[in-house]
Design a binder for this molecule. Structure first.
Ligand SMILES: NC(=O)c1ccc[n+]([C@@H]2O[C@H](COP(=O)([O-])OP(=O)(O)OC[C@H]3O[C@@H](n4cnc5c(N)ncnc54)[C@H](OP(=O)(O)O)[C@@H]3O)[C@@H](O)[C@H]2O)c1
Length: 280
């Protein structure tokens, strides 16, 4: 059956791949992003009704993170608006181990619409499309939490899971914790990328305080520094968040992508052999 599906964050790391996956399944997709007609802007609730009009299902990616002040209120208003618009099912991308995000999950779970919650671990693609690309290109990655073992997950796996749960009502009411198949420290990640690319890349363990000072010296805004401080402490600082799950396999019937495979396919794309971009 064909559904009309709004993909909030449809140009982002998971959203783009969800769009492709749904198109392959002959679904009607609408991108919920600022540069679209109708537009969707988290900061302009007046844009939400037009973006939701006529939609059966919605994939919600909140930006920048469900833990930031204002996220709870935004998710509450959006779900109310979605229900009013006749949306029947919502899939929320959440962060594994974030207590604040769980409050937002509860809003979706209690919305009266069908729902599935996807709690993802840190993405592999943070090293190829996000804030960790620049240090990789520079050959020097200074990060705190050197002892944390992180079960990095590939956005391809998240997107495949999202497509599956959007289309299959078997997953209604379920919460999936999506991780990769191995937990790696930042040092191990850097070694894997260095080995896979044949480039010289070094990891430097720094304290969280020093990392925050580095972000501040680089001119990053205070709310960005607050968020990273929170994510490093809350997600990476707790042992329970290092656990590996088999939810990717449970939903998809195939193994989750290993970090090594991510390194291989990203190396083939040439992303780690380019110059340092002006802004990431
Ligand atoms: N990165 C991770 O490791 C990780 C791990 C677990 C969970 N998550 C969760 O994943 C979500 C996305 O994080 P991400 O950093 O990977 O971002 P992302 O999905 O790669 O990209 C951001 C998306 O948000 C959209 N966007 C940005 N500002 C917007 C606004 N004001 N209104 C509407 N859309 C806006 C962008 O669209 P346009 O700019 O085109 O409008 C783009 O589609 C967050 O909720 C985060 O908690 C991330």
């Amino acid at each position: 059956m064909t559904s009309n599906i709004l993909l909030i964050g449809g140009s982002g790391k998971t959203g783009r791949k969800v769009v492709e996956g749904l198109k392959q399944q002959h679904q009607n997709v609408r991108l919920g992003i600022r540069n679209n007609v109708p537009a969707f802007d988290w900061d302009k609730p007046a844009t939400w009704p037009n973006a939701l009009a006529g939609m059966d299902k919605v994939y919600i990616v909140y930006y920048p993170d469900l833990a930031v002040p204002g996220a709870f209120e935004a998710i509450k208003s959006l779900t109310e608006e979605a229900k009013k618009a006749g949306v029947q099912k919502v899939v929320l991308l959440s962060g594994k181990g974030e207590k604040e995000a769980e409050r937002c999950e509860q809003v979706v779970a209690n919305s009266g619409m069908d729902y599935t919650l996807i709690r993802a671990s840190w993405f592999n693609q943070n090293f190829s499309e996000s804030f960790l690309l620049e240090p990789i290109l520079a050959g020097h990655v200074a990060l705190p939490m050197s002892n944390a073992k992180i079960p990095f997950v590939d956005t391809t796996d998240i997107a495949d899971v999202v497509v599956k749960v959007l289309l299959d009502d078997f997953h209604n009411g379920k919460t999936y914790e999506i991780t990769g198949p191995r937990a790696l420290t930042f040092k191990e990640v850097v070694m894997e990328i260095a080995k896979g690319t044949g480039r010289s890349i070094h990891y430097e363990a720094v304290s969280l305080g020093k990392y925050k000072s580095m972000m501040s010296a680089a001119g990053l805004p205070d709310d960005y520094i607050w968020l990273f401080d929170y994510l490093f402490r809350e997600v990476l600082g707790k042992e329970e968040n290092q656990a590996i799950t088999n939810d990717v396999e449970k939903v998809l019937g195939r193994k989750a992508t290993d970090f090594r495979e991510f390194v291989q396919y990203t190396t083939r794309k040439g992303i780690w052999h380019q110059g340092i971009p002006q802004s990431i």
